[in-house]
Design a protein around this ligand. Structure first.
Ligand code: ATP
Ligand code: MG
Length: 585
């Protein structure tokens, strides 16, 4: 683990459970052979030195999003704090939608967040598809023990016979077929003798169980599909609910932490592990499943299906579009790994679903960047200010702190000259009440420069102001004894026009106009904000070198990052990460 938290972790119900397990020495005799495998393999190993084992098990069918970050920080964070191990396991049991591209992107983002899956010498990066042979062997054993059978009902019939919340299900006519027949059919299924959907392997539990998940759940289905890792080696694929406990047990996971919707699956999870233990494949203590509440964040969608749709139908520009709540998008937007970890710490972990306001995420970024981001100036909507009493061709140096919270960071220098860029909004022909910036005859301070008095303006033939004129007061330069001799109420930012560097600046608004675009039966695509991106050509301070990934606070405008894909020092492309204050209502 590479990240250290500098404060004591906030407790939560999972930490309480782990504390109790450690105190009771629940896992004290657990053996670990240094690699996944059933009991026969594990018993050749020594006592596991990892006090706990957790796992983060993404399905490689899309990019990670902020919800996954909650699970990553939780699972890897627990392993770090308890001197345990957290495995990164790709749950690649569903061949159709999974791709290597997603595997690579997930690895990249978990690393970026500051976590890794090394524990001492171990590299705990695993793929569920590596366990297909074990799963098959265990399935045969369950059949032989009269705990599973091949069902030839159609999917439709299975659904009908499953019953409902208020009525029990009906046994399949194939439920009591001899084990030998099921074994033969499972072999034929594996060998490709039967078409998709013609039969399935089901656990034999209880068709009348009040928990529908226990009504003979399907374990294997036939899918003649090419898998991104196993190719065409298999044409039967395990269902998630059957595969997951097996994956956990093979990896010696102690605490299998998942989201609340799996609570009703827990009895089945335990059913599988207890029977496989009784059959000798696993030994106590078995992995235990615990559930926590998913993250629901306002103004975004975090279902991978919906994110996929946004990307594949070109509603956004790729998985790392800075408007998306994907980790790749947030990174490109300028979110730091620290800010995302801070956010996850602040929202905590509980068993009750709740919606988290997007502003909490933005505040975490501000809190992370405020002490460390260099200050700079940009002008996004420029209008020229001409200092008519300042000689043409002359310039002089002004300076400002790089970060006012950090005097050790030093000062930055930038030139003052006769022609400056200022924000259009910093001038009014006729001021409104409480407007203290430039308007005819008013005095303002050019921040870190001189006090100037507005003396006029020039309009084009359409009546738009194109130039503002002012005279500077020579004795009032910031940092000189005369600086305070003239009191002004307004303070504006500026850049010397001749020295300014042109930059493309991308300003983002929320991607959806509705705070809860994915709730109920709303069509989230109709709720896309048409103005979520605006691109402006602005000016930035000459000293600014827009190395990809560099962060700044532009005074008054917010936090910005140099776009990690498109920005170069010669042609800066800057993304606004967040404004300085909460603008989300
Ligand atoms: P989706 O439904 O969007 O496809 P998923 O839960 O199926 O998401 P997985 O790749 O299976 O996505 O998720 C990997 C892990 O991340 C799981 O353990 C899951 O519980 C966790 N996770 C996914 N989304 C969230 C979320 N919004 N909040 C917390 N944890 C999440
Ligand atoms: Mg999933």
């Amino acid at each position: 683990m590479t990240t250290e938290s500098n404060t004591a972790p906030v407790s939560n119900f999972l930490r309480t459970i782990i504390d109790q397990d450690l105190k009771a020495q629940r896992h004290a005799t657990k053996r670990w052979a240094g690699k996944p495998g059933p009991a026969a393999v594990q018993k050749t190993g020594s006592i596991d030195t990892a006090s706990i084992r957790t796992r983060f098990p993404p399905e490689p069918n899309g990019y990670l999003h902020i919800g996954h970050a909650k699970s990553i920080c939780l699972n890897f964070g627990l392993a770090r704090d308890y001197n345990g191990a957290c495995h990164l396991r790709f749950d690649d049991t569903n061949p159709e939608k999974e791709e290597q591209e997603y595997v690579d992107a997930i690895i990249d983002m978990v690393h970026w967040l500051g976590f890794d899956w090394k524990y001492q010498e171990e590299d705990n990066l695993y793929f569920a598809s590596d366990y297909f042979a074990f799963m098959y062997e265990f399935a045969e054993a369950l059949i032989s023990a009269d705990l599973a059978y091949v069902d030839e009902q159609t999917a439709e019939q299975m659904r009908e016979n499953r019953g409902s919340l208020t009525s029990p299900g009906t046994d399949s006519p194939w439920r009591d077929r001899p084990a030998a027949e099921s074994l033969r059919l499972l072999g034929e299924m594996r060998d490709g003798a039967h078409p998709d959907g013609s039969m399935a392997l089901r656990a034999k539990i209880d068709m009348a169980s009040p928990n529908i998940n226990m009504r003979d759940p399907v374990m294997y289905r036939i899918r003649h599909a090419t898998h991104h890792r196993t190719g065409d080696a298999w044409c039967i694929y395990p269902m998630y609910s059957w595969a997951h406990p097996v994956e956990d047990a093979l990896e010696g996971i102690t605490h299998s932490i998942c989201t609340l919707e799996f609570e009703d699956q827990r009895p089945y999870y335990n059913w599988i592990l207890e029977h496989l233990r009784d059959l000798g494949f696993f030994s106590d203590p078995l992995p235990q499943q615990y559930e926590f509440a998913r993250l629901y964040l306002s103004y975004v969608v975090t279902s991978k299906r919906k994110l996929r749709q946004l990307v594949l139908e070109n509603h956004v520009h790729g998985w790392d579009d800075p408007r998306l709540p994907t980790l790749a998008g947030l990174r490109r937007r300028g979110y730091t790994a620290e800010s995302i970890r801070l956010f996850c710490e602040r929202i905590g972990v509980s068993k009750a679903d709740s919606r988290i306001d997007y502003s909490i995420l933005e505040q975490a970024l501000r809190d992370d960047l405020d002490p460390k981001a260099a200050r700079s100036v940009a002008v996004l909507d420029p209008i020229k200010l001409i200092i008519t009493n300042y000689p043409e061709g002359q310039s002089e140096t002004c300076s400002a702190p790089i970060n006012p919270h950090d005097p050790d960071a030093g000062r930055r220098e930038f030139p003052f000259s006769r022609e400056l860029w200022i924000e259009r909004d910093d001038f009014r022909e006729t001021p409104v009440k409480r407007y203290f910036r430039l308007f005819p005859d008013n005095l303002v301070r050019l921040k870190y420069g001189y006090v100037v008095k507005c003396t006029g303006f020039v309009k084009d033939s359409d009546g738009n102001v194109v130039e503002v004129h002012a005279e500077y007061l020579p004795d009032t330069k910031s940092g000189t004894p005369g600086a305070d001799s003239v009191k002004v109420k307004g303070n504006i930012t500026w850049i010397s026009a001749q020295h300014a560097v042109a930059a493309e600046i991308r300003l983002y608004d929320r991607l959806f106009t509705d705070a809860h675009p994915d709730v109920g039966d709303k069509d989230f695509l109709t709720l896309i904000n048409p103005n979520s991106l605006s691109v402006v050509q602005g000016w930035v301070e000459p000293g600014l070198v827009a190395e990809a990934g560099a962060h700044w606070q532009f005074e008054r405008l917010g936090y910005f990052v140099a776009d990690r894909i498109e920005s170069t020092p010669e042609k800066p492309v800057l993304n606004r990460s967040t404004t300085l204050r909460d603008t989300w209502v």
